[in-house]
Design a binder for this molecule. Structure first.
Ligand SMILES: *Cc1c(COP(=O)(O)O)cnc(C)c1O
Length: 435
């Protein structure tokens, strides 16, 4: 007997009480939202760029602030009626400055990719050279990769990781910088399991007179919570999304020294964007307030503890971790030795209630669409309060699912899924109405 068949008046099925207006106006979308709530409640979400925002952040995103047009910046708008909006944006800016300890913060970029594009606009002309980590080595598309505008409108030059250590090849970064004289250097990435040496990058950037951008999209929450060194004092510009480890709404921040404030602001607006998304700005402000408290500090450290433990547990089961482990929230796993392609493993894990993404590993012998690895991370499970002691079970589930992927054992996947659901039920996710 399920709740769905027999609604209990004391515990009404939340799917039937949430979003009443939406259900009335658009039952199709309402049903999909409810299904997604259920999915996020029931599954072990290990995609390292994802998280669960708090109910407060979620509420802020659904406010009437979204009805306002506010082109410009607080006190210098092109529209009237900004009495409240100016204060919302000022709060978000002040909180970002205080949390990260920076001179300047722009809270208007719509997301991480447009934030990075604004950096190009601020400092480069089309055809100028940018040095960034290659996408298949763990970099981001917007760091000058070919299929991105940043790699076709600018001259993208790419560094990688050392084949023997799986860690950023700083000798190669320096050699390329001296040879190519980039105007912009990006450090940071999307599949970098190790601490980023901001000081080493800063030294190289100084040597060639390049602007150094620390893209901390993945690790911003760890930086804010003191679980990863800060780029402040090393990088000229700091770019980050707000929705990954920082646990805010989908959005981005650009931060800098006072020297670059004007160039960045002008690049975001009017250079690249129109009106800011004020409801998002409000939710960013809420997330920044949450991230400045002691609980968030503990969260950031727990994310890293959980990732380290999960890495050790996986290594003990014969999994090959790129760079041998992790210093942060994510693990990149080369499945070549397990004889299962990354995509096959990821799809089997999904059927087992464990959500990951397939990923290239450095020096991958397979293709980007069918790579050798998977990428996993602990931000979401840590937001559910799942402790370090559960990482052995998580590693064992991953092991069983990957084995089952190879043998095509759907019963084994279903068994894992049931066990996963039990742990999820014991640790309700923030922001969700469901257990
Ligand atoms: C996620 C990410 C981005 C892009 O963010 P979007 O919000 O998806 O556009 C940029 N840089 C890095 C390093 C990222 O991980």
């Amino acid at each position: 007997m399920t709740e769905q068949q027999h609604p209990n008046p004391q515990h009404p099925n939340p799917q039937q009480t949430r979003h009443p207006e939406l259900r009335e106006a658009d039952p199709e979308i309402a049903a999909l939202v409810a299904a997604e709530e259920q999915l996020q409640a029931d599954t072990l979400r290990l995609i390292p760029s994802e998280n669960y925002v708090s109910a407060a952040v979620l509420e802020a995103t659904g406010t009437v602030l979204q009805n306002k047009y506010s082109e410009g910046y607080p006190g210098k708008r092109y529209y009237e009626g900004q009495q409240n909006i100016d204060q919302v944006e000022t709060l978000a800016v002040e909180r970002a400055r205080a949390l990260f300890g920076v001179d300047h913060a722009n809270v208007q970029p719509y997301s991480g990719s447009p934030a990075n594009l604004a950096v190009y606009l601020a400092f480069l002309k089309p055809g100028d050279t940018v040095l960034g980590m290659a996408l298949p080595m763990g970099g981001h598309l917007t760091h000058g990769w070919g299929v991105s505008a940043t790699g076709s409108w600018f001259n993208g030059v790419r560094y990688g990781v050392r084949a023997d250590t799986g860690r950023t090849d700083l000798d190669q970064v320096r050699e390329l910088a001296l040879k190519e004289r980039p105007k912009l250097i990006f450090c940071g990435g999307t599949a970098v399991p190790r601490t980023i040496d901001f000081a080493a990058f800063a030294e190289i950037a100084r040597e060639v007179d390049a602007v150094l951008v620390a893209d901390i999209a993945h690790i911003a929450g760890l930086v804010a919570g003191g679980a990863h060194p800060s780029p402040v004092g090393h990088a000229d510009v700091i770019s980050t999304t707000t929705h990954k480890t920082l646990r805010g709404p989908r959005g981005a921040l650009l931060m800098s020294t006072a020297q670059h404030a004007r160039a960045l602001d002008r690049a975001v607006f009017p250079g690249l964007q129109g009106g800011p998304h004020n409801h998002t700005t409000a939710a960013v402000a809420v997330a920044l307030k949450e991230a400045s408290g002691p609980e968030f500090r503990a969260y950031a450290h727990q994310v890293v503890d959980n990732a380290r433990e999960l890495g050790e547990q996986l290594a003990a089961r014969g999994f090959d971790l790129v760079s041998g482990g992790t210093d942060n929230h994510l693990l990149l796993i080369d499945l070549t030795g397990k004889d299962v392609p990354g995509k096959v493993a990821a799809k089997a894990l999904d059927r087992a209630g464990i959500v990951v993404n397939h990923n290239t590993v450095p020096y991958d012998t397979r293709t980007p669409f069918d790579p050798s690895g998977i990428r996993i991370g602990t931000p979401s499970l840590t937001s559910r309060g799942i402790p370090r002691s559960a990482m052995a079970a998580v590693a064992a589930w991953i092991d069983r699912a990957v084995l089952a992927a190879r043998s095509g054992d759907e019963d084994a996947l279903a068994a894992v899924r049931a066990e996963v659901k039990e742990l999820m039920d014991a640790h309700p996710a923030p922001g969700l109405p469901l257990g």
